[in-house]
Design a protein. Structure first.
Length: 287
């Protein structure tokens, strides 16, 4: 396992080199790809990846977080073209995955917004064609395309996720694992069983991992999960790390959604402690 966070995404080789001391301080060896990856030339992507490997850093994921389900034909074509560029550059860079959400039909065009269509068989069929179009003709040997689970679409619970991945039936397609995004009413107080179920069905399809902890805000009208520091929520993190440790040794694991480095530092320290108690460890940059 290799630990990182979404805060650290050096844009240049110089920034990549400068980050090494900080990575070593926190026991990290994973980063996310530069956020402007779609604008890299092929040579720039290759050079960046080569330098990361020399430094013992694994680039685990690139993100394309725009709505691929839009009904605007021109916008959809533009986004598909850009996403395929990110896929190609991720492969050239040696980035292990490129990830999206399913998206939405909501008129806001905001990909996390709920819409009734997002849970239909028609949505599954449409998004399957989007996935296959994205992968068509791109020779991926290092990188994979992963979709991140979210409760506003069908791609939420492990059984539905596995069924969709099987329907796509492409060796370079899988799930961008985030158990925090997969919590439901039924599993909130039994995340251990959720983790067991998820890894039984999806372990062979995990392309990258996010690690977070979740609290239920009871004072809010309706359902509301809040992301909190590691160890202060409901997630069985010991079971989660033990399962992650059974995957590829270089699988990348990321903390996310905090604004300050000091908040990430708390999470890093706690995850290292939990991993040690679980009999495993995150690999350092030199490994």
């Amino acid at each position: 396992m290799r630990l990182g966070c979404t805060l650290f995404a050096p844009s240049t080789i110089e920034e990549l080199r400068a980050l090494c001391d900080k990575l070593d301080c926190y026991g990290l060896s994973a980063i996310i790809a530069p956020r402007q990856l779609e604008h890299f030339t092929e040579d720039e992507a290759i050079a960046y990846g080569e330098e990361a490997r020399k430094l013992g850093i694994v680039i685990g994921e690139a993100g394309f977080w725009e709505n691929l389900l839009t009904d605007d034909a021109d916008l959809r074509a533009s986004r598909m073209k850009r996403f395929r560029t990110v896929l190609r550059n991720a492969e050239l860079m040696g980035c292990r995955s490129t990830n999206t959400l399913v998206g939405t039909k909501h008129p806001s065009d905001r990909p996390l917004f709920p819409d009734a269509y997002n849970f239909t068989e028609a949505c599954k069929a449409e998004f399957r064609e989007i996935v296959l179009r994205a992968l068509d003709g791109i020779d991926l040997k290092v990188s994979k395309y992963g979709v991140e689970p979210w409760y506003t679409s069908f791609f939420y619970q492990p059984e539905d996720i596995r069924a969709f991945i099987d329907s796509v039936d492409h060796p370079r397609f899988g799930v961008h694992m985030d158990q925090g995004n997969m919590i439901s009413h039924a599993s909130f107080y039994d995340t251990t069983s959720m983790i067991e179920r998820t890894f039984k069905l999806l372990a062979d399809k995990v392309v990258s991992v996010h690690i977070k902890d979740i609290q239920w805000e009871g004072a809010h009208f309706g359902l509301r999960w809040n992301e909190v520091y590691i160890g202060e929520g409901t997630m069985d993190l010991t079971s989660y790390l033990k399962k992650i440790a059974t995957l590829d040794a270089d699988v990348t694991c990321y903390c996310e959604h905090f604004a300050e480095e000091r908040d990430y530092a708390v999470n890093f320290a706690r995850l290292h402690q939990i991993a040690k108690r679980a009999g495993t460890a995150f690999l350092p940059r030199s490994a």
